[in-house]
Design a binder for this molecule. Structure first.
Ligand SMILES: Nc1ncnc2c1ncn2[C@@H]1O[C@H](COP(=O)(O)OP(=O)(O)OP(=O)(O)O)[C@@H](O)[C@H]1O
Length: 287
């Protein structure tokens, strides 16, 4: 038994012979210097549907509304947030913790790419190490007075999303999908995971919904007919936004100018976020 034992077996991770109960509380404490308001997880059932793009657009939209927003990039093996914001430098630190990088409009960002020697270095780590690193982004980063934190979750419903949901107090999640056949099944998996973790789902965002031809103004459903409304109805959810395929959007992500991109697709989500409740205020703001 550790000499600092406080008999709280439910939240203790020590492998100890005196254990009386299984560990059931995996929550991680926020850095004492941090202050974080509402935490929104952005998830997708599978990769490549535009989860990082939606995370970035949400942070930008809330920032434009004068809320202090931040992005915790938990997508360790495909960290694309710093690139979309044109953040190249390395994250700094002080004796109390790591400092997030700031975008040009003041959005705080922490991502594994801000810590690696070269941004092209692959993260070839086992699940538990990746999960612990995400936890450290919560416990060891000094998030200064954030109103809305968006977590770009790793795709799928595996080990790392589970660790994030268990250790970080997420107040609500947004599920990003694209209009393809498999979507119904993968959305159902993401929705079921959120339900199992007891986290409210704020709604669905369909990305790559359609392409609007600049020549004739017609909308084409390049990935086939959308079934988002039926999926939303099946799960008693709302479709919050539909984002078109837009080459200018891809270019903005590629050249780090996502903050200059002027579109109001996220406005309905902004109103939902403004009204959302904090699920559990405990341990949230420590300042
Ligand atoms: N609506 C869109 N129009 C044009 N390009 C898009 C759109 N959505 C996403 N893209 C582009 O598609 C690529 C993948 O998007 P993104 O990184 O957001 O996906 P993701 O779901 O986060 O992927 P993963 O989780 O697998 O890393 C990016 O290059 C992005 O710029």
């Amino acid at each position: 038994m550790s000499e600092n034992c406080n008999q709280a077996c439910q939240s203790c991770s020590e492998n100890c012979t005196e254990r009386k109960e299984e560990q059931t509380d995996f929550s991680a404490a926020l850095n004492v210097m941090s202050s974080v308001g509402k935490v929104v997880g952005v998830v997708s059932g599978k990769g490549g549907v535009g989860k990082s793009l939606v995370t970035s657009l949400l942070a930008v939209a809330m920032n434009r509304k004068s809320y202090r927003s931040a992005i915790l990039d938990a997508d360790m093996t495909g960290p694309s947030i710093p690139k979309a914001f044109g953040i190249n430098g390395k994250a700094a630190g002080n004796e109390w913790g790591l400092l997030p990088s700031k975008s040009k409009t003041g959005i705080e960002v922490m991502s594994i790419n801000l810590l690696l020697e070269n941004e092209t270095d692959p993260v070839v780590w086992r699940g538990p190490i990746i999960g612990n690193t995400v936890k450290q982004f919560w416990t060891e980063v000094i998030w200064s007075d954030v109103d809305y934190m968006f977590i770009d979750m790793p795709p799928g419903t595996g080990d790392v999303p589970l660790t994030v949901f268990q250790s970080i107090p997420v107040d609500g999640i947004i599920v990003v999908t694209s209009p393809q056949e498999l979507v119904s099944m993968v959305v159902t998996k993401a929705v079921k995971m959120a339900e199992m973790m007891n986290i409210p789902i704020l709604g669905l965002v369909e990305n790559m919904s359609f392409f609007k031809c600049p020549d004739n103004g017609k909308e084409y459903q390049l990935f086939g007919e959308s079934h988002i409304e039926q999926i939303a109805e099946k799960h008693h959810l709302h479709t919050l936004a539909k984002i078109p395929i837009d080459p200018k959007l891809a270019a903005a992500c590629d050249n780090g100018t996502i903050e200059d991109f002027q579109e109001n697709w996220m406005d309905p989500v902004v109103s939902i976020l403004e009204k959302m409740e904090k699920k559990n205020g405990k341990n949230r703001s420590s300042k």
